[in-house]
Write a protein that binds this ligand. Structure first.
Ligand code: FAD
Length: 432
C-alpha cells in the first residue's frame, strides 16, 4: 500500500508527526503532494508566492526531487492523486483556519480513502487550552499561563526510511534561500542572541528580532522545536520570546473559535464605528507618503522587502485606523498582500488588537503619537533614514520632525495628528 502526504503549512520532514503517520500507513511508500490552490494563490502577493516556490523547491530536494506539485481545486486534485496510486490514506497536519477547515471537509467528502489529521502548526492545537469551567480564554495572560501548563509533545525525528513515490508534477521555478535546513540554521544562529531579545525587540533600528515568522508561516520549522530549545536557555530574552510564540497560538485559538474575526470585529459594539472610505489618504499610507517618518519608513520597508518590524506594524496600523479613520480590514488586506509572513490569524487578530475591537485589545482611547513613537523606538533616526532617502540629510532624531528641520523633497503631513486624534475619540464616544 502507498499513503499520500498532503503538505500545506508544514513544508518540512523533521518534527512532522503527520508525515510519520503517512510513512507507517504506507509501509514506507509515500507520495508527497502540494496543491497550488488558485483561490489562495490569487489572494497572496508576490512576496508570499516567491517564498512558497522557494520553500517547495527545497522540500522537493530533500525528497530526492519527488515532491508532486499540482494546481487546482484541492477537492478535485487530492482525490485524483490518491486514486492514481490507490492510496490507503491521505495524511495532513490539521488546518484550523476558516477556509482550511471547509476545504478539508470537502476533500474528505470526495476521497475514497480516509483523510487522517495528525498535529497542527501549533505547539498546542487551537481549542485545547481551556479554563476550569471548560471554556476558552479571551485574555492573553491567563491563556498563556494555561498554555504553558498544558505543555507539548517532544519533537520527533524525520522518518529514516521513505520511498518517495513518483508522479507527474509541475515544474518548480524559484530563487534560493528558503526551506527546512535554512530555517533550522537561522534559528540555531538566532538562539545565540536571544538573551538580548527582551531589551531590543522594540527597536526597529537594531533590527534584531528573529524573522522566524516566515519559516513558521510555511511550517519549515515547528514551534515545538523552538520551544524545546528555548526551555534550555534560561535568559529573560528566551522567556520573552516564548511569550511571543504564545501570542501566535492565542491568535490561532481566537480565529478557530471565531472565524468571523478574520474580517469583522470581535467586539460587536465596533460594528457601529464610523470609518471613512479608503481614498487618497489610504493611498498615501500604502505608498509610504503620509509625511510621518516612522509610518512611511515602515510602509516602504514593507513594499521593498515584504517585511515590517512588529513595533512599526503597530504604529502604522494605529495610524491608519485612528489618524486616517479607515477601517482596519483595508489595512489587514494590504498587509496580507504585501507581507511574506502574512498569516490570517496573526494578522487579523493583531489588527483588531491595535484597532481596539479585538480580544484583550489595546484600549481604543490609547492612541499612538507617531512622532513620539519614532523618537522613542528609533532614537537616532537610523531606521527612518534607512527607508526614506529624502530624510538622509537630517541628523539623528531630527529625522523624525522634518517639518521643523527642513523637509526637502519629503511630503508634508497628510493630517494634523492632534485633530485626527480628537476626531477618533469623538467617533469612539458615539459607540460607547
Ligand atoms: P520576533 O519578535 O522575533 O518574534 C518571534 C515570533 O513570535 C514571531 O516570528 C511570531 O511567530 C511570534 N510573534 C511575535 N509577535 C507576535 C504577535 N504580536 N502576534 C502573533 N505572533 C507574534 N505576524 C505574522 O506572523 N503574520 C502576520 O501576518 C502578522 N501581521 C501583523 C499585523 C499587525 C498589525 C501587527 C501589529 C502584528 C502582526 N504580526 C504578524 C505579529 C508580529 O508583528 C510578527 O510576527 C513579527 O513582527 C515577525 O517578526 P519576527 O519573526 O522577527 O518576530
Amino acid at each position: 500500500m502507498t499513503a499520500v502526504m498532503w503538505f500545506r503549512r508544514d513544508l518540512r520532514l523533521a518534527d512532522n508527526p503527520a508525515l510519520l503517520d503517512a510513512v507507517a500507513a504506507g509501509d514506507g511508500r509515500v507520495l508527497g503532494v502540494f496543491v497550488v490552490d488558485p483561490l489562495l494563490w490569487e489572494r497572496s502577493g508576490d512576496p508570499r508566492r516567491d517564498y512558497l516556490a522557494s520553500s517547495l523547491r527545497s522540500l522537493s530536494e530533500s525528497m530526492g526531487g519527488r515532491l508532486v506539485v499540482r494546481r487546482g481545486d484541492p477537492a478535485t486534485v487530492v482525490p485524483a492523486v490518491a486514486d492514481e496510486i490507490g492510496a490507503a490514506s491521505v495524511h495532513v497536519s490539521a488546518d484550523y483556519g476558516p477556509y482550511g477547515q471547509q476545504r478539508d471537509q470537502e476533500v474528505e467528502a470526495s476521497l475514497k480513502c480516509p483523510l487522517m489529521r495528525t498535529g497542527s502548526p501549533y505547539a498546542v492545537a487551537p481549542g485545547r487550552v481551556l479554563n476550569q469551567q471548560g471554556r476558552s480564554y479571551q485574555v492573553f495572560t491567563p491563556y498563556f499561563n494555561a498554555w504553558l501548563a498544558h505543555g507539548w509533545r517532544q519533537p520527533v525525528e524525520a522518518p529514516a526510511d521513505v520511498t518517495w513515490v513518483k508522479a507527474a508534477s509541475e515544474e518548480l521555478l524559484s530563487a534560493e534561500g528558503a526551506g527546512e535546513q535554512a530555517a533550522l540554521k537561522h534559528w540555531q544562529a538566532y538562539l545565540d542572541d536571544v538573551a538580548a531579545y527582551d531589551d531590543e525587540r522594540d527597536r526597529p533600528d537594531l533590527d534584531s528580532t528573529s524573522r522566524m515568522s516566515i519559516p513558521l508561516k510555511y511550517g519549515e520549522i515547528h514551534p515545538r522545536t523552538m520551544l524545546v530549545d528555548l526551555a534550555r536557555n534560561r535568559s529573560a530574552g528566551a522567556e520573552a520570546y516564548r511569550r511571543e510564540l504564545g501570542w501566535r497560538e492565542f491568535c490561532a485559538d481566537l480565529l478557530a473559535r471565531h472565524p468571523h474575526a478574520a474580517w469583522k470585529p470581535l467586539r460587536s459594539e465596533f460594528d457601529k464605528m464610523q470609518y471613512d472610505e479608503p481614498g487618497e489618504l489610504f493611498d498615501a499610507w500604502c505608498a509610504g507618503r503620509t509625511g510621518f517618518p516612522i509610518v512611511d519608513a515602515g510602509m516602504r520597508q514593507l513594499a521593498e522587502t515584504g517585511f515590517m518590524h512588529n513595533r512599526v506594524r503597530m504604529v502604522v496600523a494605529s495610524f491608519l485606523v485612528k489618524d486616517l479613520h479607515v477601517h482596519w480590514r483595508f489595512g489587514a488586506r494590504w498587509f496580507m498582500r504585501s507581507l511574506r509572513d502574512g498569516d490570517l490569524a496573526s494578522n487579523s487578530l493583531n489588527w483588531q488588537w491595535v484597532a481596539g475591537c479585538g480580544a484583550d485589545a489595546a484600549p481604543y482611547f490609547r492612541i499612538f503619537n507617531p512622532v513620539s513613537q519614532g523618537q522613542k523606538f528609533d532614537p537616532d533616526g537610523e531606521y527612518v533614514r534607512r527607508w526614506i532617502p529624502e530624510l538622509r540629510h537630517l541628523d539623528g532624531k531630527t529625522a523624525h520632525e522634518p517639518w521643523r528641520y527642513g523637509a526637502g523633497a519629503y511630503p508634508a503631513q497628510v493630517v494634523d495628528h492632534g485633530e485626527a486624534r480628537a476626531e477618533a475619540l469623538r467617533r469612539y464616544a458615539a459607540i460607547r
